[in-house]
Write a protein that binds this ligand. Structure first.
Ligand code: G4P
Length: 531
């Protein structure tokens, strides 16, 4: 294995959470541990607090100029950690789902007061589709939260994953006294804003030890003793292979804002989190230790500065070594391209890189060559699979307000769909262009960008669809007949896949039972493995 040393050093992951659970705060603490930032407050939240387009645009403009926040690379104890950022706003969930295809594991932050929330569920569904290993961080233990046992039960039930507590809390809110590390058998007493220095640790090999009562008081010492006995009996040792196969999720309790419980998690993370793994493609499995380079585009970030119309394509390296100025094969375009200014994102700075290894993300300046899911190789023809597209939830017809600008509109819509900002469907047999999004905010963003970047002025007409279902069948005649008979409700997506646009769940169920030979899917894959 030529690059084994580099591969073993890398951990590529994302932090996911429902907005406000503490993702930004935890990110910042991890960066502090990694020395990538020196002061708290350096990481700007990518949340859109006022839910207004202008806010979003301002944030995007800043992010466009400083794309460094999309990937944060830092070193911790000789391990190179690539932390991939995900948008905080639920209307941009698709972006998050795609970023999850580029990571090898995730840390899921749950607010200890609110427990499992809507976005937590959806993100976990995506993780489950790919069997992504998950570590859970239960945050805000300094606030009065749910009973610890009830909370774990709720998470297990709602997210359908078996949990394995690694630390155990002593109360919450004002009474929060700290966490007990179940594997290292020591206690860390809670202090606001700790830096996680070792002196805080108290070894507890014997629960009859007087120091435990001295530190916690008799009542809490007794509760902890009973809790630990119970948890140990039920869970025993963590099976790392069960974690790696996504059957079990280790759980840590803490308070990100107080930098409490974070170090325990980070130390375990670098010990057990997966190194870059093998990936499936449309043709064969690509093993991480292959000498030849391969990678795929999982995100495209538009530079919203009108003076610079270029974009940045984020490529996840899957095998081999990526080198600056070397020609690589762009499989979809069947063209060899070299990159003279590839970027890495060390210490939150954009830096030109000479090379990159599996697990790394490189930013490539793009003048329109890339779309999400594109694969780069050293000559071989295959596509990385497993990059999903989900059914949008809101649909609108695009109406061109300025017929003189039809070409610009066409180009703008194509580029915005390549970036994955929106999904575009064309009605069967007609020319009606239908845009599908997850949230209203995206429509405003598209309208704004079409006008400012392409000079095309559009208006949207609401359409009464509930879901777009990709339809497939082994019986091509039946599929053709269905598409023809239901032409008002069928269309094609930008890759030419047929979709059925259902008005309601009732319509969908009716079509399903009337057409048993047709399969209706709520998600589609950009590239599928050939059988
Ligand atoms: P997000 O990225 O997941 O959306 O969450 P973020 O880190 O921005 O945290 C959301 C809010 O929760 C912030 O407060 C943050 O300070 C607070 N928070 C994070 N971790 C903890 C914790 O361990 N304990 C407590 N009590 N609060 C925590 P905010 O008022 O919305 O923002 P800010 O004005 O403090 O920045």
């Amino acid at each position: 294995m030529k690059y084994a040393k580099e591969i073993q050093k890398r951990r590529t992951f994302a932090i996911i959470s429902h907005p406000d659970a503490g993702k930004t705060t935890l990110t910042e603490k991890l960066l502090l541990f990694g020395g990538a930032i020196q002061v708290a407050g350096a990481v700007k939240s990518n949340k859109i607090k006022k839910f207004a387009t202008s806010d979003f645009m301002e944030i995007e403009r800043q992010r466009g100029i400083s794309v460094a926040t999309s990937v944060m690379t830092f070193a911790y104890q000789d391990i190179v950690i690539n932390l991939l950022d995900t948008p905080g706003h639920k209307d941009f969930a698709e972006d998050t789902y795609r970023t999850l295809t580029a990571v090898d594991s995730v840390i899921l932050v749950i607010d200890g007061v609110n427990g499992v929330e809507e976005q937590t569920r959806r993100l976990m569904e995506v993780c489950r589709m790919r069997d992504t290993p998950v570590i859970v961080f239960i945050n805000k233990m300094d606030r009065d939260g749910k009973n610890r046992f009830d909370l774990l039960e709720e998470i297990e039930k709602e997210l359908a994953i078996q949990l394995h507590p690694m630390t155990w809390p002593i109360n919450s809110g004002k009474e929060f006294k700290g966490v007990y590390n179940l594997s290292d058998k020591n206690l860390r007493l809670f202090a606001a804003n700790t830096k996680g220095i070792e002196e805080d640790l108290i070894s507890v090999n014997d629960f009859n030890d007087k120091t435990l009562i001295e530190k916690l008081g008799e009542k809490d010492a007794n509760i902890l003793t009973a809790d630990v006995e119970l948890v140990d009996t039920v869970h025993g040792e963590l099976s790392v292979s069960d974690y790696l196969s996504a059957k079990v999720a280790p759980v840590f309790f803490g308070s990100a804002i107080n930098n409490f419980g974070v170090k325990e998690m980070l130390d375990t993370f670098i010990r057990i989190a997966p190194t870059p793994c093998n990936r499936t493609t449309s043709v064969r499995e690509v093993t991480v230790d292959e000498e030849k380079f391969s990678g795929f585009v999982f995100k495209i970030h538009a530079n919203l500065d009108p003076k610079h119309r270029d974009r940045v394509a984020f490529v996840r390296v899957c095998s081999g070594r990526f080198e600056r100025n070397k020609y690589y094969h762009h499989v979809r375009l069947d063209k060899d391209i070299r990159f003279s200014n590839p970027y890495s994102f060390m210490a939150r700075e954009k830096n030109m890189v000479e090379d990159a290894y599996p697990g790394d993300v490189v930013g490539l300046f793009d003048t329109g060559n890339f779309k999400i899911g594109d694969t780069l190789t050293e000559g071989e023809n295959f596509y990385f699979t497993g990059i999903p597209t989900f059914s949008p939830e809101i649909f609108k017809e695009v109406v061109n307000k300025d017929p003189m600008k039809s070409k610009q509109l066409e180009k703008g819509l194509l580029q915005l769909t390549d970036e994955g900002v929106v999904q575009l469907f064309t009605q069967y047999g007609g020319h009606k262009k239908i845009i599908g999004c997850v949230g209203e905010l995206q429509f405003e963003v598209i309208q704004y960008r079409l006008l400012h970047e392409y000079g095309a002025s559009v208006q949207f007409n609401n359409l009464p669809y509930y879901k777009a279902c990709w339809i497939t069948s082994n019986d091509k005649i039946k599929l053709n007949d269905f598409t023809r008979f239901k032409s008002a409700n069928t269309g094609v997506d930008k890759d030419g896949h047929i979709v059925y646009l259902a008005q309601s769940e009732w319509f969908l169920n009716t079509e399903r039972s009337n057409n048993p030979d047709i399969e209706f899917h709520f998600s589609s894959e950009i590239h599928k493995a050939s059988k």
